[in-house]
Design a binder for this molecule. Sequence first.
Ligand SMILES: [Zn+2]
Length: 396
Amino acid sequence: MLCFQLVVASAAVVSGLNVGAARSGPITMQTKTITPMPATVKPGVVTGQALWDLLQHAKENEYAIPAVNVVSSCSISSCLEAAAKYGGPMIIQFSRGGGQFIAGKTANNDNDAACIAGSVAGALHVRQVAELYGVPVILHTDHCQRSWLPWFDGLMEANEKYFAANGEPLFSSHMLDLSEEPLEENVGTCKEYLERMSKVDLLLEMELGVTGGEEDGVDNSDVDSSRLYTQPEEVWEVYQQLSTVPNGRFTVAAAFGNVHGVYAPGNVELKPEILHNTQKFIAEKLGGGDAKPTLFVFHGGSGSSREDIRYAIKAGTIKMNIDTDTQWAFWDGIRAYEAKYHDYLQGQIGTPEGELKPNKKYYDPRMSLRSGEEFMAKRLCEAAEDLNCVNVLSGW
Ligand SMILES: [Zn+2]
């Protein structure tokens, strides 16, 4: 909010963004005019048509929105602080484990009760504070495999209840990840859920292929490498099936060599050209003149080069998950705080200035946690640059 003056009225000219880079070409400095933010998109949580308009704005203007799994009010604050600073939208999401953590690790979790309650509580918290930061926020949940569907069903009930009272869902969107299953079963279940979700204006993110690596207790690090690359025909199948759902809105997390977590370079090759080829394939099938009919989501982007990220964005990637790096940044902030004030943090009383001096102002949890927040917000601002998501709130 403090940096809201960065937002230029009407057409904002953002300089220094490498919006026209070819994958193999040099990074060139260019300027780009951002089209005005659609009138439906307002500060705070966006859902339904406003969400769709925002994602189309991202696609048209070739930026992707950073998405972060949050686990506390601290990480939520970091996301909002960063979005206000970089002048763009933000996706705040909850993993099943993150939701449970928000409820408290010892809360009764029978039938995913704590996973559901924590995710809902986090979403309500975001709804209460997001407007204060003057940015659009998308409320989302991350990977959900079949055995986790009780969590998803609980979230759907919360959305339906919220919709009945407020005319919009509590969340903006949810992810279903049935990518381990045969395509037919994956798409079939996604379609069933999308039919329910579309009635309350929720968008579905579905996954095709497998994101390598390990995240939130799901380990895909030994998966056959051919499954790390999605085929255009598979995305076309999804597109056809899900497009038959009235008011059905969806995005596709297609695997193109992306991995969760940070790995030594050279283990898996990122192939964003898969996304370009897929758009071309579907555009030809549809024949309607839209060169990029699909909205893609980029998982496991930590450690990717800016060049690869921007090449993926040019193919219609509108969301990128930035978890591993933000987790590290939060820890790094706490680590740096401890290193700086180490001698003041060894007891309640007794500092380098005197044996009887109190240390309360140093060990107040807000001090170390705030350092974590600052580092994480800074990392997110850097991510927003990679994603071309800086100063995109044109016309606000
Ligand atoms: Zn993921």
